[in-house]
Design a binder for this molecule. Sequence first.
Ligand SMILES: [Zn+2]
Length: 267
Amino acid sequence: MRAGRIIGTSALVVALTACGTAAEAEPEWRAGDVETTAVSEAAPSPSPSPSPEPVADEQVPEEGDGAYETARGSNYVIGTGRTLITYRVEVESGVDWGDLPKVMTDDFADAIETVFEHPQSWPASAEHPVTEPEHGVHNESWRFQRVSGPQYKVRIRLASPATVDRVCRQVGLDTEGKYSCKTGNIIMINLRRWLQGSGVASVDEYPAAVINHEVGHYLGFDHQGCSGPGELAPIMMQQSIDLGGCKPNLYPFTKDGEFVSGPYLPS
Ligand SMILES: [Zn+2]
């Protein structure tokens, strides 16, 4: 969390493993605009997949009803890691979307799946098991499957700012109407930044930033710092607050499969 202010002393233990802030980043590979160079002659029309514009702040729905709609499950297992992480995907209901297109449960589920399918996301641990003793992780690897029933390990929820604030506050975290958090086996993704991105992550990049970071907390990781000037920022770093001289990064692993680590920073 962005320093995740501790509201009650009894929340300290939980606060150590929870987090309000996503790590956001502008990846290096985005610097070159592939689309314009690749399709400039064949496609005179505008870019086929323009980045969505951030939603204006006043358009972001502020609240929902605190209940959730659940996405369909799937037999599709992403990765071959040792530990199966079954995750349930939920979107808050009762949200007044106004002129915005409603984010359907399938939309949110697809976005999460796309994050996991990236070759540098957590499923890459199958080929590159992770050992981070300070985080209690030893030669671990994970695979992921979306489920819809009552048997799951973690829920990933997209919720309005008011609901995220309320749920996260119960474990002593102040998400300030924009940050996300993990509480127990529930990941609360804040709709505001999902629609807006952040100062250092575009709307397109934000799902990778926030899902990889918050799932990292669920897998047992606490925050990490920058390991040195010019190094890639760990996904478990709170990159939007201070890069500490590191280069922004959206993924747990490098393109070469190295886990991007840094000094242990208990939150
Ligand atoms: Zn965090």
